[in-house]
Design a protein around this ligand. Structure first.
Ligand SMILES: Nc1ncnc2c1ncn2[C@@H]1O[C@H](COP(=O)(O)OP(=O)(O)OP(=O)(O)O)[C@@H](O)[C@H]1O
Ligand SMILES: Cc1ncc(COP(=O)(O)O)c(N)n1
Length: 266
């Protein structure tokens, strides 16, 4: 049996709702074989991030080399890459192995406010990693940092998408989860804008939405979908996952990674 293969290069969330745990669950539910290269371990739960332990560069490099040279990768995503040397290493490895279908989730701040990207590393993300991306998926605060402009409306989101595309990404998805009203995401490929809209779900259990969304795009690209179709599946996947989110822990509970699969079986 052949199976599409996806790699996540990201941090571990011990709470299981975000980071590589969210990515691997999403890959599995979408029928893709998941692999991981850990960049950092976080001590984390639904209440917040309690500790960050970046891994040595050699450990990150060896994980990527091991899976690429043996198993192979049809698509990959990056998540938490907290420091300049980690970003530079990951970018160099992606180029060296010509890893296809790269989704860059420019993770900066966890839901509880903990910084997962050092300020000094923002520029490296823009100059080293985003130019390699088939798709880059900033949320509103991330898009504001990347462009240096406030985003208050869908028009501002479109303007940000254009500016981020100019850094060299092939497609930009500006996620509107942080705007009031419907959850609107703007997709821009340099030619046209597409607006993906869903009703806002009233819940505080949204830990890991960004990781899950970008992992779903990665899984669909690994299976050979084009970017627009992959993003549409990811939007459905995350909407189901938030609708059926899990009341675990005392803070922001995780989304339900199984909900999309169950709904499509029913
Ligand atoms: N309450 C909600 N109801 C419906 N969809 C939502 C909701 N919140 C987020 N989304 C959707 O989830 C996806 C992830 O968007 P979001 O803006 O939450 O990014 P994020 O990177 O997860 O942010 P955060 O770091 O706060 O988790 C997008 O498709 C967005 O539209
Ligand atoms: C290890 C790790 N990576 C990323 C996030 C961001 O999560 P979100 O998907 O909520 O933006 C996180 N909280 N922890």
């Amino acid at each position: 049996m052949t199976i599409a293969r996806a790699l996540t290069i990201a941090g571990s969330d011990s709470g299981g709702g975000a980071g590589i745990q969210a990515d691997l669950k999403t890959f599995t539910v979408l029928g893709v074989y998941g692999m991981s290269a850990l960049t950092a371990i976080t001590s984390q739960n639904t209440l917040g991030v309690h500790g960050i332990y970046n891994l040595p560069l050699e450990a990150i490099e060896k994980q990527i080399d091991a899976v690429v040279t043996d198993i192979g990768v049809d698509a990959a995503k990056t998540g938490m890459l907290s420091q300049v040397p980690i970003i530079e290493l990951v970018a160099a490895k992606i180029r060296q192995h010509t890893i296809p279908n790269l989704v860059v989730d420019p993770v900066m701040v966890a839901k509880g406010g903990a910084r997962l990207l050092e300020d000094s590393a923002q520029q490296a993300l823009i100059t080293k990693l985003i130019p390699l991306a088939k798709v880059v998926t900033p949320n509103l605060p991330e898009a504001e940092v990347l462009t240096g402009r406030e985003i208050r409306s869908v028009e501002d989101m479109k303007d940000a998408a254009k500016r981020i595309l100019d850094y060299g990404a092939q497609t930009v998805v500006v996620k509107g989860g942080h705007l009031a009203g419907d959850a609107i995401d703007i997709v821009y490929d340099g030619q046209m804008f597409e607006e993906l809209r869903s009703a806002r779900i009233e819940t505080r259990h949204t830990h890991g939405t960004g990781c899950t969304f970008s992992a779903a795009i990665t899984a669909e690209l690994a299976k050979g979908k084009n970017v627009m179709d992959a993003v549409k599946v990811a939007k459905e996947f995350i909407t189901c996952a938030i609708s059926d989110s899990l009341e675990l822990g005392g803070g922001h509970g995780p989304t339900n990674h199984w909900a999309y699969g169950r709904r499509n079986q029913a």
